[in-house]
Design a protein around this ligand. Structure first.
Ligand code: NOJ
Length: 413
């Protein structure tokens, strides 16, 4: 990286995973799902058994923070049930390994998966999911408050609600059910408000608890300047996926439930004849190249949008921000290194302009189960060879590059 990017001393340089994507051996709505490439999550990276090894890898990387999920379906066998002590102990041991390694945990309570009894009751369409989630959060926080002060209630509620009820990508695979989308967001926002209050009231071991959601941010636009209908669809998408969701979670009295705003930023989607010009929509790399649309294997890259977004969030909400996810999926490591560099520059410039950003979590620690795309998207700082039953991890060049940044506290000559 040319030049110095200096970050505050206590800045969190982290990485992130989620239970269904890395742990394996989960019993939730993904267990029997088979992805487009034939992959399933039943073993995934076997992080469930190999977390100690993975914490050692984190130490080698030099990260000082880890955003990890705790899988609700492991901890509660029924609504309002006591937490499963054996599973809790395993997570406690993981948290203790992180502590020994001087790695601060941020715990995510909901990352695209639910206990089977929530699914059987109609998932997040059923208002009973709200008190059940709040009960889970309250019990978990009471059990872990001496070890965890950073809590992330919901990961990308917009992605979850849209892929379950609008786009048919996540179980239960429904399409164009707008009322259901709206209902899920409303229930999750209420659950966040109540759980947020419980988390803040619980106190903790010395550090004041912090709580927030992680909002995925995709900006929508039209590819062609005068394509009126594409502009219209972009505006509707922006309203449904961004504005409405943020208003529900952070509007009115709900604003006080959050002490921070988590941002997952990957890029933008530009519409061309109602089609998003992104690889996840089936548009080929050749076509995107012809059109001059720069993408990883998932989305269009748009680093300047990152800086602009951070300034906008800072002005609108005035909350401290964590970049709860950024990363790129590609077998071209130079591309991924460039992508990271460009986004960190934007981040640094926004912070220079007064935006209060407290940490950055690279997605992801490991190559992992990328939901409907299976194992074909390579996001890892460590690669995992899924064709080998031993699931060997290997440092990537991006991992080495990020490690240099973490170890130097953001300064890389
Ligand atoms: C956001 C999600 O939180 C995560 O589960 C996913 O793997 C990454 N984006 C990459 O698509």
């Amino acid at each position: 990286m040319a030049g110095d990017l200096k970050f505050p001393k206590d800045f969190l340089w982290g990485t992130a995973t989620s239970p269904t994507q890395v742990e394996g051996h989960v019993t939730n709505e993904w267990t029997d799902y088979v992805a487009a490439d034939g992959g399933h999550c039943r073993v995934a990276c076997d992080h469930y058994h190999r977390y100690e090894e993975d914490v050692n890898w984190m130490s080698r990387l030099g990260v000082n923070a880890y955003r990890m999920g705790i899988e609700w379906s492991r901890l509660q066998a029924a609504p309002f049930a006591p937490l499963n002590q054996k599973e809790l102990d395993r997570y406690i041991h993981l948290l203790d390994c992180l502590k020994t390694a001087n790695i601060t945990p941020m715990v995510v309570l909901h990352h695209f998966s639910n206990p089977p009894w929530i699914t059987a009751a109609g998932g997040w369409l059923n208002p009973s999911a709200v008190p059940a989630f709040v009960d889970y959060a309250t019990k978990l926080v009471a059990a872990l408050k001496e070890r965890v002060y950073l809590w992330n209630t919901f990961n990308e509620p917009d992605t979850y609600a849209s892929l379950t009820y609008l786009l048919g990508g996540f179980p239960p695979f429904h399409k164009w059910r707008f009322a259901s989308y709206r209902k899920v967001i409303k229930h999750m926002a209420e659950a966040h408000a109540q759980a947020g209050r419980a988390i803040r009231n619980a106190g903790g071991g010395g550090k004041t608890p912090e709580v927030g959601i992680a909002k995925n941010w995709t900006s929508f636009g039209a590819f062609r300047a005068f394509a009126v209908w594409d502009h219209f669809l972009a505006a509707v998408s922006h309203y449904a996926f961004n504005r409405f969701v943020l208003d529900e979670f952070l509007g009115g009295r709900r604003r006080e439930a959050s002490t921070f705003l988590g941002v997952n930023y990957y890029g933008r989607a530009r519409l061309n004849h109602f089609q998003a010009l992104v690889p996840t929509n089936g548009v080929s790399h050749e076509r995107l190249k012809q059109l001059g649309v720069v993408c990883d294997d998932m989305f269009e890259r748009h680093p300047s949008g990152f800086g602009a977004l951070l300034r906008k969030f800072h002005q609108r909400y005035g909350l401290p921000i964590y970049i709860t996810e950024h990363g790129a999926a590609s077998s071209d490591e130079d591309f991924r290194i460039r992508d990271l560099t460009e986004h960190l520059r934007e981040l640094r410039a926004a912070m220079d302009g007064g935006v209060d950003v407290r940490g950055f979590f690279y997605w992801s620690l490991l190559d992992n189960f990328e939901w409907q795309f299976g194992y074909s998207k390579k996001f890892g700082l460590l690669s995992v060879d899924f064709s080998d039953a031993a699931l060997p991890r290997k440092m990537t060049r991006v991992g080495e590059f990020y490690s240099g940044i973490c170890k130097a506290g953001g300064t890389v000559a």
